[in-house]
Design a protein around this ligand. Structure first.
Ligand code: SAM
Length: 276
């Protein structure tokens, strides 16, 4: 509603989500708004969606990454470690694998790599071993079952302050299942050919892996010459195509975090298209 209230009369708002429930619920909530279109799609496919809608360029994009409160609290898909729900974790239920498929089938080495890479989990090896040991006894089927396995493999001295010990495990599994890093990379590669000059890209991310990827892309877009340093003269003649509106990522202040605790890990980065 807030975004719509700032849009000129003749413009339209296109909302993409890979979760069909998000599309269904949002469509219902904003059914009286004829300037909004809801499309069940991955944002990595934005170029194709624009082609289908005969849109040449976009004037502004807000990418709110991660998972929604609905997915954590109501989807029944095991996004939260505190719930006795099937370990599904797919944002798009048309895709495979599920969390259960992955956690019960990956080799010890792949599980360890997944926890280290996507969870940035320092105890990846110990936790991967505990998961493999547990699944040899019984298939891991639910979110709370996985949470218990990680909790039991984490001595009190290693438990993070104010966080469940399985937080990083759940993050890693969710990122892998939903191919989150791959989708973001595809989106960031396509964006320069999709945005109008003067348009702004706003990205809100919730963990450092995503934020690093976004920052790297924005810094790259802002660069002039990208020739190797030993080139005597510039051969690429690259001009900056975006400028960062804030040089640093913007974080919520204490008041916002008090009102919305789930915003505590959010970082917002904004870039403006300055040339084609
Ligand atoms: C933080 S929530 C957005 C919440 C929303 N701004 C609101 O106020 O209700 C993130 C949403 O992005 C969706 N999502 C995550 N990755 C996606 C992707 N690659 N393509 C499309 N949607 C994605 C999730 O399904 C989820 O509904």
């Amino acid at each position: 509603m807030e975004i719509l209230s700032h849009l000129p009369e003749n413009s339209s708002l296109i909302c993409l989500d890979q979760d069909p429930d998000a599309i269904r619920l949002s469509r219902k909530r904003l059914r009286s708004e004829n300037r909004v279109q809801f499309i069940h799609a991955n944002f990595a496919d934005l170029g194709r969606v624009m082609q289908d809608l005969a849109i040449d360029r976009i004037d502004g994009i807000l990418l709110d990454l991660g998972m929604s409160s609905y997915q954590i609290e109501k989807s029944g898909r095991g996004f939260s470690f505190s719930r006795e729900e099937p370990l599904d974790m797919r944002m798009n239920p048309d895709h495979k694998p599920t969390g259960k498929d992955l956690i019960n089938s990956l080799s010890l080495e792949s599980l360890q790599a997944l926890l280290r890479e996507y969870g940035e989990e320092q105890r990846a090896k110990t936790l991967a071993k505990a998961i493999v040991r547990a699944r040899e006894q019984e298939t891991i089927k639910t979110a709370s079952q996985l949470a218990r396995i990680v909790e039991e493999a984490t001595p009190k001295s290693h438990r993070p302050w104010k966080r469940h010990p399985a937080t990083k495990t759940f993050q890693a599994l969710r990122i892998a299942i939903n191919k989150e890093m791959e989708s973001l990379e595809t989106f960031l590669q396509e964006i320069p050919s999709l945005m109008a000059v003067g348009g702004r890209l706003v990205v809100i991310s919730y963990h450092s892996l995503e934020d690093r990827q976004i920052k790297r892309a924005m810094v790259q877009w802002e660069k002039t010459c990208t020739c190797p340093p030993d080139f005597p003269v510039c051969a690429c003649h690259k001009a900056p195509i975006f400028t960062r509106v804030f040089k640093k990522g913007v974080k919520p202040d204490e008041t916002e975090i008090r009102l919305n605790p789930r915003a505590r890990s959010a970082i917002m980065r904004v870039a403006e298209r300055i040339s084609s």
